[in-house]
Write a protein that binds this ligand. Structure first.
Ligand SMILES: *Cc1c(COP(=O)(O)O)cnc(C)c1O
Length: 439
């Protein structure tokens, strides 16, 4: 079986997104720069105040203030939009801002969200603590819950369903079909954070997802240099067909000249236009054009990089699984993994380069193992060109008791390894020498 996986990585598979990675976004006209210019300007000059008024009315498109839109940010958003196969997109200053905006764009005080509980800790906290303080209720479900359990989580005031395509850090693969069917039965959109597989390995819109979010901080930037986020709309959700649930999109926005977003911008543009006109205007979580430009450059080789991350993740996971000193290994690309079949269905080109595995012996033993690593660095980061490793129970979750750790799905023995772009044999050699010294 490993044969087929090795072959898959070595084969001449088609990579149609490689072209999109490089070519989409900036389309220079005659004599213009080949790479997108960094438009480091807060504001834009006009000779007629009447034209400026039309821009403010959203009856004409154009730039007037970078908090609302900026040419460099737009070029990079357009690249991500095309990679996901969406109709509109915006960049945000972080992945946290992207997930908050995507939800708050359609949820207000008194509303309710159904969310998978296997999601990034920061997003869990956003939904479970901060958004509750805003009066937005949530029911969390296990991603592998039965259809009956999922059905029971919905309420009359439910406005969105949220999940992660590959969960950070548990590496569970999302059951797109089950969640999309339930969301649409209840007339609400499915929002999925697609950070770990990236569109190169998973295109959620093909599986019924309506809105995709990203922490571009991870593989999209891929070099640990810029924090950022993105929201992409599939243009498939029909807001007008569920007009009573989404008054913010289907009735006049008094704070914006009475515009009715779903009418004026249609299914393809309403969600993102409202996100810009209201949320960016009022919260202002925009990325700096310089950071967007760096993200845009790094996106050009996303396809190439993801193939190496996937290949390394597979080889290293196989090594760890074959060594009796390691208690268990989770990696959805590895044959026999609990999520292998589902990953094959939704991400046939591969998953990501992240592995979770168990190191026995308690906190001190695990910490000592990590301290002996030379190539792999200890960092609170994942999905980076340089391999990095994190021991949650000894760092980010160290205040929790053993029982609390189990409940949070972060066992005392769990180590999260993010395989970078190095030669896989060098990563394996480093792990092996640290294991030999400590386990
Ligand atoms: C890191 C991460 C986030 C948060 O993104 P930031 O860019 O750090 O704000 C959200 N979702 C997932 C899956 C992540 O890994």
């Amino acid at each position: 079986m490993s044969e087929s996986s090795e072959n898959r990585h070595a084969c001449n598979c088609k990579h149609p997104l490689d072209t999109t990675c490089v070519q989409s976004g900036w389309q220079p006209k005659n004599g213009e720069p080949r790479t997108p210019p960094i438009v480091e300007s807060t504001t834009f000059k006009y000779t007629s105040s009447e034209q400026m008024s039309r821009l403010f009315d959203l009856s004409e498109s154009g730039y007037f203030y970078t908090r609302l839109s900026n040419p460099t940010n737009d070029v990079v958003a357009q690249k991500i939009c095309q990679l996901e196969g969406g109709t509109a997109a915006i960049l945000t200053s972080s992945g946290q801002a992207a997930n908050f905006f995507a939800l708050f764009n359609i949820c207000s005080a008194g509303d309710h969200i159904v969310a998978s509980n296997a999601i990034y800790g920061g997003t869990y906290n956003l939904i479970n603590v901060t958004m509750r303080r805003m009066g937005i209720d949530c029911t969390f479900v296990h991603p592998d819950c039965s259809e009956e359990e999922l059905e029971a989580a919905f309420k009359p005031n439910t406005k969105a369903v949220f999940g992660e395509s590959i969960a950070n850090p548990s590496l569970m693969v999302f059951d797109f079909d089950k969640f999309a069917a339930a969301a649409h039965r209840h007339g609400v959109p499915l929002i999925v954070d697609n950070t770990f597989p990236t569109p190169v390995n998973c295109r959620p819109f093909e599986y019924g997802v309506d809105i995709v979010t990203h922490s571009t901080t991870k593989y999209m930037d891929g070099h640990g240099s810029t924090v950022g986020g993105a929201i992409v709309d599939s243009g498939n959700f029909d807001w007008m067909a569920h007009a009573d649930k989404f008054p913010g999109l289907t009735t006049p926005d008094d704070s914006y000249h009475g515009v009715v977003y779903a009418q004026q911008f249609g299914k393809g543009g309403a969600f993102i236009t409202k996100c810009v006109a209201q949320l960016m205007r009022d919260f202002g979580s925009i990325p700096s054009p310089v950071n967007s430009w760096i993200l845009g450059q790094n996106l050009e080789d996303l396809g190439l990089r993801m193939r190496q991350h996937v290949k390394n993740g597979y080889k290293v996971a196989k090594f760890l699984a074959s060594d009796p000193r390691i208690s268990w290994v989770n990696h959805p690309g590895l044959e026999g993994d609990k999520y292998y079949e589902r990953a094959q269905k939704y991400m046939p080109n591969g998953t990501c380069g992240v592995i979770a595995f168990g190191v026995p012996g308690g906190r001190d033993k695990v910490s000592s193992f990590l301290d002996h690593l030379k190539l792999v660095s200890i960092a609170t980061h994942v999905a980076d060109s340089r391999s990095c490793i994190l021991y949650p129970a000894g760092t980010t979750h160290r205040q929790l008791t053993e029982a609390q750790l189990e409940e949070a799905g972060v066992g005392i023995d769990l180590v999260r390894l993010s395989c970078g772009l190095e030669d896989a044999d060098d990563i394996i050699a480093d792990l092996k020498q640290a294991m030999d010294a400590t386990l």
